[in-house]
Design a protein. Structure first.
Length: 320
């Protein structure tokens, strides 16, 4: 809970910083950090970015440093923030955000939903199981005394179904004519039941025959279902909500809408994720899809980033 909250909070934090220094940034409002004289590209890891005019300064032959200054009402020209501006109620305030979190009723999705709604956001959560998200909304959307609490709105949807994703986007478009600011593609499944070690045990890694026998049990349907939810759903959901995200960018001056894809460290490890080839491969694909979407959406001012968690208590992992 606290690790995901720290990620979301830290990403939101930059919207209140007086001077932001972005190393190797060609364009502060762009999706990618590009290093001069290098082919290396890294995805910017921010939830909200400031898009005010920038001052470019060449500090070293290899890098371009970008300074972005905000004019502080109480400290104009000083380059310093007031105590009030760095108070936790300001640092973590996302009351200007309307978000959609797929799979927002359980696990990491619920952690993200709680973090957002507790700091003022309106959050639409989706799941194939209507009873789960309805219960989540009832438990975590109660009003707090200080007025900071946001709102959770459950909508049943299956993000692995292309037509249902369109129906979901159209329904939210009617409710949010001014757009949204955040889409979290969190929904995920694991279907390696026949090969994961917690179910089928570990094979003899010194025996080619034993390895073939163990991993040949993986059915094609498991791969298809896993990719349909963990990878393909990100593609369709991102494109379905793109017009709403682009529209939402204009709501708060200086900030751009964002898509955050929840992938997994399993997509980076050379191991087989304890016998879960389909799951790990689908998460690696989701990470690369994030790069492709970020590049494709760059001119719409909608940013795309990924968070790759490690082992977390969730329905997917507790069964592993």
């Amino acid at each position: 809970m606290f690790t995901i909250w720290s990620c979301i909070s830290a990403l939101a934090l930059l919207r209140h910083v007086d001077i932001v220094i972005t190393i190797c940034a060609k364009d502060f409002s762009s999706h990618l950090i590009k290093r001069k004289h290098s082919k290396t590209k890294q995805t910017m890891f921010r939830l909200f970015s400031h898009t005010a005019p920038t001052i470019r300064n060449s500090i070293t032959p290899r890098f371009t440093y970008t300074l972005t200054k905000r004019t502080m009402a109480s400290n104009t020209g000083t380059g310093k923030a007031s105590n009030e501006q760095v108070n936790r109620s300001h640092l973590f305030d996302v009351s200007h955000v309307t978000a959609v979190v797929t799979g927002g009723g359980t696990g990491i999705g619920l952690m993200i939903t709680q973090a957002l709604v507790s700091n003022g956001a309106k959050v639409y959560i989706t799941s194939r199981r209507d009873e789960v998200i309805s219960e989540t909304a009832k438990l975590y959307s109660e009003e707090k005394g200080d007025g900071q609490q946001g709102k959770i709105i459950p909508i049943q949807a299956d993000v692995s179904d292309k037509e249902d994703v369109k129906r979901l986007a159209d329904e939210i478009a009617l409710k949010e004519p001014n757009g949204i600011q955040l889409l979290v593609n969190n929904a995920g499944i694991a279907r390696d039941d026949s090969t994961k070690y917690s179910n089928a045990g570990e094979p003899d890694f010194s025996s080619a025959e034993a390895l073939r026998e163990h991993f040949w049990k993986s059915p094609p349907e498991a791969w298809a279902d896993t990719f349909k939810t963990n990878t393909t759903a990100i593609y369709y959901t991102s494109f379905a909500f793109l017009p709403l995200l682009a529209k939402g960018t204009t709501k708060t001056a200086g900030y751009s809408s964002s898509i955050v894809n929840i992938t997994s460290v399993s997509g980076f490890n050379k191991g087989n994720s304890r016998g879960q080839f389909a799951y790990a491969t689908s998460k690696a694909a989701a990470t690369h899809l994030t790069r492709m979407l970020a590049h494709t959406f760059s001119q719409t001012k909608v940013r795309v980033n990924a968070i790759a968690p490690g082992l977390f208590p969730s329905e997917v992992r507790c069964d592993s």
